[in-house]
Design a protein around this ligand. Structure first.
Ligand SMILES: [Zn+2]
Length: 225
């Protein structure tokens, strides 16, 4: 009886400790059949100045990993920096809220990128993304056709000026899908090999680090979902 009570206490402590350092490690997922590629930045749906504008993607992958680690409801499995560095946030076997209606069976990857169809995708970032996609697809037996963009799985729209736009356009109109799919289907990657892929760790953040406070409007604008 005492042993059971002690184990119960340890479980409660472990639960508390996990919550203290990572709020976006969701429930375990039963299956993984899709990978969804995002860009951090998205269209500003309040339509400032009456024309289409994007929120932008300032900072590096570490900054965004911390943002997702600490966010009360948004999450992501990986963040790929413009320089090719990869950060892991939510562990792969857990759900991360990154794509409405599609998070249950998917792994999400955010690229630190404007996603506006204008900013080019540099070779370091693309190379790292391809390496990561290849690795995840192999481990979870995911077909190349099931590697999608956020825009492919979210059909919501908004009005801006006289036009209707997709609310989720990421990873962006100029994302080189053909090149990426060719690389994943056995042809050589177009760029040099990237750094090793890190593994998510629920204890990566010390509890003493203050919670990162993002301007709430960034989330309301649909910056990361
Ligand atoms: Zn997205």
């Amino acid at each position: 009886m005492r042993l059971r009570r002690l184990l119960g206490c340890i479980a409660a402590l472990a639960h508390t400790a996990t919550n203290a350092v990572a709020t976006t490690s969701g429930a375990p997922r039963a299956r993984t059949d899709t990978i969804i590629v995002h860009a951090i930045s998205g269209p500003l749906q309040e339509c400032p100045r009456g024309k289409l504008e994007f929120s932008g993607a300032p900072g590096d992958a570490k900054r965004w990993k911390t943002f997702f680690d600490r966010h009360p409801f948004l999450g992501i499995h990986y963040v790929v920096d413009r320089d090719g560095r990869v950060e892991a946030s939510t562990p792969e076997h857990r759900k991360a809220n990154h794509a409405l209606g599609a998070s249950e069976s998917s792994i999400g990857i955010e690229m630190v990128h404007n996603g506006d169809g204008i900013e080019p995708f540099g070779p370091a970032q693309l190379g790292a993304l391809i390496k990561l996609l290849r690795d995840i697809a192999k481990r979870h037996n995911i077909a190349v056709d099931n590697i999608k963009g956020h825009a492919d799985v979210d059909s919501r729209t908004f009005k801006c000026g006289s036009q209707t736009h997709k609310g989720r356009m990421d990873p962006g109109a100029n994302f080189p899908w053909a090149e990426v799919r060719a690389a994943l289907q056995g042809q050589p990657a177009p760029v040099a090999a990237a750094a090793p892929i890190p593994t998510a760790s629920a204890t990566a953040l010390p509890a003493a680090v203050p919670v990162l406070l993002e301007p709430p409007r960034l989330v309301e604008r649909g910056l990361v979902r």
